[in-house]
Each structure stands twice: as C-alpha cells, then as structure tokens.
Design a protein around this ligand. Structure first.
Ligand SMILES: Cc1ncc(COP(=O)(O)O)c(C=O)c1O
Length: 411
C-alpha cells in the first residue's frame, strides 16, 4: 500500500464526503445488526440522541473542569449514576475514562500504588482469570506488574482453589469478570474477593460488559450473580457506558469503594513546570467532551424504563439465539452463559469454515481459540435479525460444516 501524502490543494467538500461514504461501504454493517461485537445497536432513536449530544460538545475539552463546568457536571452525574447502579457506599467515588481498557489500567495503577503504600509491595502481581480481558495484560505491561493467570474450571469460571495458591504477599489485586468476554460467564466474585481481602489486597470486578446491563436484568426478575459493591472486598469496578449503556465510543466509568483511593492513588498531580498546576485522573491529557455528553444524554433520555425495555429485548433475543444455535445438529454452547453473550463450539464441524460461510452472507462472527468457538454478543437490534441469522447458520453448517476454514491454522 502506498503511503498517503497531504493533498496539495484542498478537496471540495461534496467530493470529500462522497469519497468518505464510498470508503465506508466496505465496513461491517452494524446498523443492520449483522455484527456480533464492537457495536451495540439500539435503534435509530438512540442514534439520533447520541448524534445531537455529540454535535453539541464536539469541540470542548474535558481536561479543565473550571473552563467547562457543564462537562464536569455531566461527568459527575454519569459517575453518580454508575455508583448508584452498582450499590456503592456513600464514601465511594469515581471518574470517566475513554473505555474499558483505560478504566482497567487506572484500577490496576490504583491497586499497585495502594499495595506499595499500605503493604510495601515492590514487585506487585495482578491475579486474574485466564478468561480476563487482555486489558489486564496491557496494564501489567504498562505498569511493570506481573500478570498471574488463574486457570478456569470446567464451567469456564475462575478456579477459586487454584487462585488461593496464587494469591500471596505480592498480590496487589485479584480480578474477576462479570461477565468475561469470551464465554459470557461470571467468575465467583465473592470467593475471589475474599481471597484478596484476607491479604489486604484490592479486588477489581470487570463489569465493563455487565455494569450497565445487570441492574436492568435484575429488574426483569432474572437472577444476577453477585458482582458489585454489595460484595464485601470489591474495591473497584469498571463499567462501560459505551457498551450496554449504548453511548458512543469513548465512555467508561471506574468506581472506587473508597473515594480516597481515587484521589490518593489514581490521580496524577504535577506542578514542576512553567505551565501551572496539572491534575488528571486518567491516562489521557486532553479529553473529548463529546463522549461524556453522549453518555449523559443517553442515560437521561432512556431512563430506567428505557434500559429495562432494551434489556428485555436483549434477554429474549439471547435466549432465542442460544436455543436456536444449540438446536443445530453438531453445535453446542460453551459453559452456561448468564447474560447477553455466548460462544458456541462443535466437536464435529469446522467452525471456522462455518464462520467463513457466514461472512459470505454478510454476518460478522468473531473466531475464538482455546477452545475453538464462534462468539456472539447480543444487542437490542438483533431482535430483528435473529430468525434470519439462525436460518443462515443452519444452512452454513449443512453446506460448509465439515470443510476447513481459513482460520483453521489456529487449531
Ligand atoms: C469484559 C471486558 N473488559 C474490558 C473490555 C475492554 O473495553 P474497551 O474495548 O472499551 O477498552 C472489554 C471489551 O470488549 C470487555 O468485554
């Protein structure tokens, strides 16, 4: 591919956007609900609220709360809503970040600083299930911490007995997912949190996916595994508004049971330069205000009843898809997924050939290995395509199930 150069003369606006629209045609059709990850389509009305909120705050910078107090207040409100949904105690506090990864990195940094300050830990570890998101490995790499993997039990949840042997004096933080991305199952959070608490270590619940869905799942009368601040020992929780909160990308929250940890261990303060005092809670310096505004807008526009309505659609569609997939000869669902995502496997068929065939029909299914699986994460708009998807999947299995796919090299 040749390297781009700056055009010598500016391009006419009409031609410019025509070219951009043309380029965009190659992208995944998330609006048509043909994708099963990356985007969380919730319908045109949601999109139009997000677009208007983004437009209103497209240029502001959330770095300085004194210059843009309305942005600051929206962040405080979004965090307040997250804290309420997660049953945080009065002393809790938090902030927004650009996404789950940044929230996780800041939680790991907080745990590292806390372990050093309170227990003199010099070579800190993060003890996290094998199924935990790569953001924990990234955090370990950035922060010079060691990642220690907890093996999974047969049900694909973290093995608590194995974890007990891995948690020691170096442990800064133990992690559990609610749910994990690969299989949609929830780790035994109370048991893992107890291991951390017994050592005086932090415990992080990765509720990037579940944080803005479980509360409404509970409202539907579904059983919800313990994961939030009601569990003793949970010290931080990441919950993304840009996933099941339906905000546009760039909106996550990190919540601390003890707000002092946010200020003492997460915040970065610097004065030793000529440009004035500098304080920041997250990795980024300049921060776009638009994702904060969009998160605030969608939370208020949907309200509790809107989120419950969308949660019902997700629940019913997930059940239909999960049952439909399991009913196809030779396919099975991995583990017992509890929320809105799952992965399916096959002892007989070549899953990756099936995924290729589904690609050809315009569906984007993510491939997983260890164990081999195809991954599905359900959003409200999938309600409209679930039947068509299952027809295409059945036909793809019948016609391609036993041939070899292009991703088969991983197996
Ligand atoms: C469970 C979980 N944690 C963390 C993340 C990372 O979030 P982000 O991609 O917003 O950085 C994801 C992303 O899918 C996730 O599923």
């Amino acid at each position: 591919m040749s390297r781009a150069t700056l055009p010598s003369k500016g391009i006419e606006r009409e031609a410019l956007f025509a070219s951009m629209r043309e380029r965009k045609r190659q992208d995944a059709d998330w609006r048509g609900a043909r994708t099963w990850s990356l985007c969380y389509p919730a319908g045109e009305e949601v999109d139009s609220v997000l677009a208007e909120a983004n437009q209103l705050y497209l240029y502001e910078n959330a770095l300085n709360p004194f210059r843009f107090p309305s942005v600051r207040q929206m962040e405080v409100d979004v965090v307040g809503i997250a804290l309420s949904l997660l049953h945080a105690p009065p002393a809790a506090d938090g902030c927004m970040t650009s996404g789950g990864t940044e929230s996780i990195i800041m939680a790991m940094k907080t745990a590292r600083e806390r372990a050093r300050a309170e227990r003199g830990v010099e070579h800190p570890t993060i003890v996290a299930p094998y199924s935990a998101h790569p953001a924990f490995a990234k955090a370990a790499s950035y922060l010079r911490m060691e990642l220690v993997a907890i093996p999974l039990r047969e049900d694909l949840r973290a093995d608590v007995a194995a974890a007990a042997k891995l948690v020691d004096d170096r442990t800064a933080v133990v992690v559990g997912s609610a749910p994990c991305y690969p299989f949609g199952v929830v780790d035994p959070i109370p048991e893992l949190a107890a291991l951390a608490r017994d050592r005086g270590a932090s415990f992080h619940t990765d509720a990037c996916l579940g944080g803005f869905l479980w509360p409404f799942w509970e409202a539907l009368g579904e059983s919800v595994p313990p994961f939030d601040f009601r569990v003793e020992g949970v010290t931080t929780i990441s919950a993304d508004v840009h996933k099941y909160g339906y905000a546009t990308k760039g909106a996550s929250t990190i919540s601390h049971r003890d707000g002092e940890h946010l200020r003492r261990h997460q915040m970065f303060v610097y004065r030793d330069w000529p440009g004035g005092g500098y304080a920041s809670f997250a990795m980024a310096g300049a921060r776009p205000a638009a994702p904060i505004a969009a998160a605030w807008a969608i939370l208020h526009w949907l309200g509790r009843d809107g989120y419950v309505r969308l949660a019902r659609k997700i629940r019913d569609t997930t059940r239909k898809l999960r049952d439909g997939v399991a009913a196809i000869d030779g396919l099975f669902v991995h583990g017992r997924p509890e929320m809105s995502l799952f992965a399916f496997g096959s002892a007989r068929h070549d899953l990756f050939a099936i995924a290729d065939a589904m690609d050809d029909r315009g569906w984007c299914l993510d491939r997983q290995t260890g164990p081999d699986a195809l991954h599905m994460m359900v959003s409200p708009e999938h309600e409209k395509v679930a039947d068509a998807f299952l027809v295409d999947l059945r036909e793809s299995v019948e016609t391609h199930g036993t041939s070899r796919g292009k991703e088969a090299r991983y197996s």
